[in-house]
Design a binder for this molecule. Structure first.
Ligand SMILES: NC(=O)c1ccc[n+]([C@@H]2O[C@H](COP(=O)([O-])OP(=O)(O)OC[C@H]3O[C@@H](n4cnc5c(N)ncnc54)[C@H](OP(=O)(O)O)[C@@H]3O)[C@@H](O)[C@H]2O)c1
Length: 278
């Protein structure tokens, strides 16, 4: 089974499907990531704030996999945007991960009330130039944040990682991203289990038509929309299920029916709004 890759705007490539480890308990992370590698995942999405970078690093070290076969993302936390803190923060993350560089480093939230995300982005550019990360991107950035960091630096982020699933499709951001060659990473791709995506008729119907589970139908929707996904599970059978999405294709009608699931008023959002996180 080959996981497709997408081309980033800096010439690097990213596996379109990976494994996200938000809320994987630190003590369980080495086991979970090792199982993910066994099942076939090669792209891991973690963050300093998840507290489990050491577990990811232990699984990488134990895996015997070549560094070039892995794609590792981590993120700069909100209290480290200022001064030279981004460089100190990535060095700490690399130490925990046991790596010389990550594949992708993200500004986790813009924290607009603090108004230091432009400085953070300038520092991210330096980290890439220093070889501490191959690609740089952002997370939870709204269009005004994106426009401001690009205007200040001339550097367009490779990705924007945002809450995105059928009930909350973030069309303003995805349209901006498509016009500016920024890849979208969907976090909470399964609605974090907080929104009944699986019981929704368009999802259930698509799953049944293809002999797949509702989770697989939702993941397939993300992939066919061109989004990058890294569903989280601590259960091996779900790790396998979430990876087993490359042997079927949703029809354009099925995609359109799932597209129509977003109520359009923001009520499908299941987690924090970027303006509220500071
Ligand atoms: N940048 C950000 O601010 C941000 C925020 C949130 C998340 N993220 C990233 O995005 C990744 C994915 O998002 P997420 O973890 O928040 O949510 P998610 O992947 O949408 O949902 C995870 C939940 O769904 C369950 N689940 C997983 N596979 C399933 C399946 N096949 N069938 C039924 N239930 C299933 C999991 O339970 P079990 O574990 O019990 O299986 C867990 O409760 C994170 O791990 C993290 O890497 C980033």
């Amino acid at each position: 089974m080959t996981i497709p890759t997408l081309n980033l705007n800096d010439g690097n490539q990213i596996p379109q499907l990976g494994y996200g480890v938000f809320k994987v308990p630190p003590a369980d992370t080495e086991r979970a990531v090792s199982e993910a590698f066994e099942v076939g995942y090669r792209h891991i999405d973690t963050a300093a704030i998840y507290g489990n970078e050491e577990g990811v690093g232990a699984a990488i070290a134990a895996s015997g996999l070549a560094r070039g076969d892995l794609f590792v993302t981590t993120k700069l936390w909100n209290d480290r945007h200022h001064d030279e803190e981004p460089r100190a923060a990535i060095r700490e993350s690399l130490d925990k991960l046991g790596l010389d560089s990550v594949d992708l480093y993200l500004v986790h939230w813009p924290t607009p009330a603090k108004d230091d995300y432009v400085h953070a982005w300038e520092k991210m550019v330096e980290l890439r130039e220093a070889g501490l990360t191959r690609s740089i991107g952002v997370s939870n950035h709204l269009v005004p944040h994106l426009e401001r960091i690009v205007a200040a630096t001339g550097v367009v982020p490779a990705v924007n990682q945002i809450e995105l699933h059928p009930a909350y499709q973030q069309r303003e951001i995805t349209e901006w991203a498509a016009s500016n060659d920024v890849k979208i990473e969907s976090w909470g791709p399964l609605g974090q289990g907080k929104y009944d995506l699986f019981g929704a008729e368009p999802v259930a119907a698509a799953a049944e038509a293809h002999g797949k589970t509702p989770a697989q139908a939702v993941l397939r929707w993300h992939l066919q929309k061109g989004f990058i996904v890294f569903p989280k599970s601590v259960r091996r059978e779900r790790l396998e299920e979430n990876l087993d999405v490359f042997d079927f294709e949703l029809t354009s009608d099925e995609i359109a029916a799932i597209d129509a699931m977003d109520p359009g008023d923001g009520s499908g959002r299941v987690s924090a709004h970027p303006d509220e996180v500071n």
